[in-house]
Write a protein that binds this ligand. Structure first.
Ligand SMILES: Cc1cc2nc3c(=O)[nH]c(=O)nc-3n(C[C@H](O)[C@H](O)[C@H](O)COP(=O)(O)OP(=O)(O)OC[C@H]3O[C@@H](n4cnc5c(N)ncnc54)[C@H](O)[C@@H]3O)c2cc1C
Length: 425
């Protein structure tokens, strides 16, 4: 019934000029067409679920420049030397072969929300009936003087998108002598993955403890305190790495000197390190900002939380890290996967002439490794409150681990395998 309505209700009338190397389609398919920008946690999930929930009636084109999906979750273990990049990499074959998603290896360079077209960096345009935008975050290098050049030279890397920089940071840690200092700076909230920097500091400490025991880990945080699982992280640092991990709050980085690997702060004294991992402030992915969709402080994209449709442009649904979050909603892969399912259901309903779900629910769990063997978690459930047009956490849902444990390490890896399958298989 739903499939019939999708087919009857819409006709995609645009021709595709070029699909960046893919065979160009022509004529007017009898189904609706959704273009998904970004094949990360949000975009891959949306592409798969729109195909599944429309019983393959809706055409889905996913535009993504990377050849494979490389996960940020678990990538800190690659930095710590406990996993390889291949362990966090999944091909897009499942989306293509099992779900019939057309994958275009390119970037979207422009979106015309009135003509409902996207322009590809490689040339050509694709028309859409609905667009899903999940471009992740852009690192605001210019917020820290000298950082853009330091990154371009490879002197100071962030590794806040998993891939080449994850390996580069690992190489820097391996090259550092015993007795050296690794320093990570953390921007003010909101930023991608609240517990991520503290997990990274912990696994770097685990590596040092095993391989370079005279070394030091410095956490220089712009926030007033550890922003996630604070008690559990601090306990792990004092019990597992006494004298090795030092946490300093309210350290907002303002500049770096790449030559001397020094970071400067708004108030505090300069810090010099041997490996400097400076995380600048973040905002919605560049394509969202330049399209004018980042209408919350020109940083994040405001959406109607019931459907994830942009409040700035009709028929564009923004999911994942790029959105202006509701209270207590983290910027996480699990959350992006949840957003994408709500958006996918709304898109299928709207293209079928149905109403979106009245009271969507989102779930989130973030596991963090505090050593090679032990893990802690935070979890929450968020419900849409129509009267306030926002998501609120469900009273009594979720919480944090009672204590770090090896059992949770097995849960963490099971979570990763399951979510990769849910997004991509
Ligand atoms: C070190 C680290 C650890 C983390 N650990 C966890 C964890 O344990 N659990 C958890 O839930 N989350 C974790 N996260 C957070 C998680 O990675 C992000 O929240 C998640 O990736 C957000 O999904 P997204 O779809 O918004 O962005 P992404 O997954 O980054 O996907 C964005 C995609 O868009 C593509 N793209 C960008 N611009 C364009 C364009 N113009 N055209 C086409 N494609 C484009 C990019 O290439 C990219 O593939 C971690 C993050 C980091 C950095």
């Amino acid at each position: 019934m739903q499939r019939r309505r999708v087919l009857q209700g819409l006709a995609w009338s645009g021709a595709v000029a070029s699909l960046g190397g893919c065979a160009a389609t022509s004529g007017a398919p009898s189904s609706a067409k959704v273009v998904v920008v970004g094949g990360g946690y949000g975009g891959a999930t949306a592409a798969k679920y729109i195909r599944m929930w429309s019983a393959q009636a809706i055409d889905v084109v996913l535009v993504e420049p990377q050849p494979e999906f490389v996960s940020c979750p678990v990538s800190n273990l690659v930095v710590g030397g406990m996993r390889r990049l291949a362990d966090v990499t999944t091909p897009y074959d499942g989306l293509r072969n099992r779900h019939g998603v057309t994958i275009v290896r390119d970037s979207v360079s422009a979106i015309d929300s009135r003509a409902r077209t996207v322009t590809l960096a490689g040339g050509g345009t694709i028309r859409y009936d609905k667009l899903v935008l999940s471009p992740g975050v852009e690192l605001m290098f210019d917020g820290i003087e000298g950082l853009r050049a330091a990154n371009a030279e490879g002197r100071i890397v962030q590794a806040w998108r998993a891939g080449a920089e994850t390996l580069a940071l690992r190489r820097q840690l391996e090259a550092m002598g015993d007795g050296g200092t690794y320093a990570i700076t953390i921007p003010e909230q909101p930023y991608r993955c609240p517990p991520g920097p503290y997990e990274r500091a912990s696994v770097v400490a685990a590596y040092f403890k095993a391989a370079k025991p005279r070394s030091k880990v410095l956490i220089l945080d712009a926030n007033a305190d550890v922003t996630s699982k604070a008690g559990l992280f601090k306990r792990a640092w004092s019990e597992l790495y006494p004298g090795m991990v030092e946490y300093r709050s309210q350290h907002r980085a303002t500049a770096v000197d790449a030559r001397t690997l020094t970071v400067k702060f708004e108030v505090h004294e300069d810090v010099k390190a041997d490996v400097l991992n400076v995380l600048p402030p973040m905002r919605a992915g560049e394509i969202a900002v330049k399209t004018g969709l980042a209408n919350a402080n020109t940083r994040w994209c405001m959406v109607d939380y019931q459907t994830f449709e942009s409040t700035a442009a009709k028929d564009i649904h923004v999911v994942g890290d790029s959105i202006q979050v509701a209270p207590l909603m983290p910027k996480s892969g699990h959350m992006a996967n949840s957003h994408a399912k709500v958006a996918a259901a709304a898109i299928v309903a709207q293209l079928s002439g149905d109403q979106p779900i009245a009271r969507p629910l989102l779930t989130n769990t973030c596991y963090s490794f505090v050593s090679a063997e032990e893990v802690i978690h935070v979890a929450s459930v968020h419900e849409y409150v129509a009267a306030e047009k926002t998501f609120k956490t469900v009273a009594g849902s979720g919480g944090v681990s009672a204590a770090r444990s090896q059992l949770e390490a097995s849960y963490a890896m099971a979570w990763a395998r399951n979510i990769w399958a849910d997004c991509l298989a």
